[in-house]
Design a protein around this ligand. Structure first.
Ligand code: ZN
Length: 309
């Protein structure tokens, strides 16, 4: 299907569900609105909090003028609603939905729908075969849409929830059948590489999604940093603007991150961590470690900034 077309007429869509605020999952919301969508945009509270700034970032790379971007942001803010995780909500025609923690980034969720019909939905024949835990809708057809899923034991994030039973599962499979390495092994590998960089007086560039991966890396580097002897001023990862938002959304962190903050150790902030908000600053900071002979240093490189020198 051509990129500028949608499989359903946007003006006929009542609800748009967002599983999380990564731009490959929300980037076409403005296009959908341009094409006539005026329904409700449904997401978790944390995704709602991240939505506009993530879209602002993406739209600033488009042909839209500043005024158009501002207008679109206001419209999306008006159409979008944050919902609680784990509660069941009703939509038109008896459809219900429940969002659960996907453990991918802050606010990420998978969604379970119950549709009180047996028949057809588009080209699909709906035949109930799973068990509903809700006695009132036990004859409903249930669908789980996963969005992106995270691992257990990810820094800052609560673990993904186990899903309820469903009749149809629509699931992401980015990593196919590959098993992820455990967090302990991942951190050990990172620590080894950083030690080597420090010993070699080198520079480590780490490209990372600005929202999610960057904060996870900062979290682990901070913990590793406390184990590294020597002059910590040489240790200078750069963080992106998404860190500020993650810090502001403390109520959605996991217990480990909240406990650290309560003890006075901010999980995603530490001495010698520099924040880059603008491309100009990014360029300038690239020169600082060299000019001040601060090498080695670590540069966390959010995808939204470019190019790597
Ligand atoms: Zn994602």
């Amino acid at each position: 299907m051509p990129f500028d077309q949608f499989p359903v007429q946007p003006g006929r869509i009542n609800y748009l569900f967002l599983t999380h605020a990564h731009i490959d999952h929300i980037g076409r919301v403005p296009d959908l609105i341009d094409a006539g969508f005026r329904g409700e945009i449904i997401c978790t509270h944390a995704t709602k909090a991240l939505l506009i700034s993530m879209l602002h970032d993406a739209m600033s790379f488009s042909d839209r003028t500043g005024k158009e971007i501002h207008r679109m942001e206001r419209l999306i803010d008006d159409l979008s609603w944050g919902f609680e995780l784990h509660d069941t909500f009703s939509l038109k025609q008896g459809i219900t939905f429940k969002m659960s923690n996907a453990g991918h980034i802050l606010g990420s969720c998978f969604i379970r729908f119950e549709i009180p019909i047996e028949g057809t939905l588009g080209d699909m024949t709906l035949r109930h075969c799973g068990e509903s835990r809700n006695p009132e809708t036990k004859n409903c057809f249930s669908i789980i849409f996963s969005g992106d899923l995270g691992c257990t034991d990810t820094p800052i994030l609560p673990d993904p929830d186990p899903p309820d039973a469903c009749d149809l599962l629509v699931m992401e499979s980015t990593y196919g059948d590959r098993n992820h390495t455990g967090r302990k092994d991942r951190v050990a590998t990172l620590e080894k590489l950083l030690h080597k960089a420090l010993a070699d007086k080198g520079i480590v560039y780490i490209p990372a999604f600005s929202l999610g991966r960057t904060q996870e890396l900062i979290y682990e580097i901070d913990r590793i940093g406390t184990k590294i002897h020597g002059d910590m001023t040489r240790f200078s990862p750069i963080k992106s603007g998404s860190c500020t938002q993650t810090a502001d959304l403390e109520q959605f962190w996991d217990k480990e991150a909240k406990d650290l903050k309560a003890k006075g150790d901010h999980p995603i902030d530490f001495k010698n961590l520099y924040s880059v908000q603008k491309y100009r600053d990014h360029k300038r900071l690239l020169d600082i470690p060299c000019s001040l002979n601060l090498k080695p240093y670590i540069y966390l490189y959010p995808y939204t900034l470019n190019p790597i020198p």
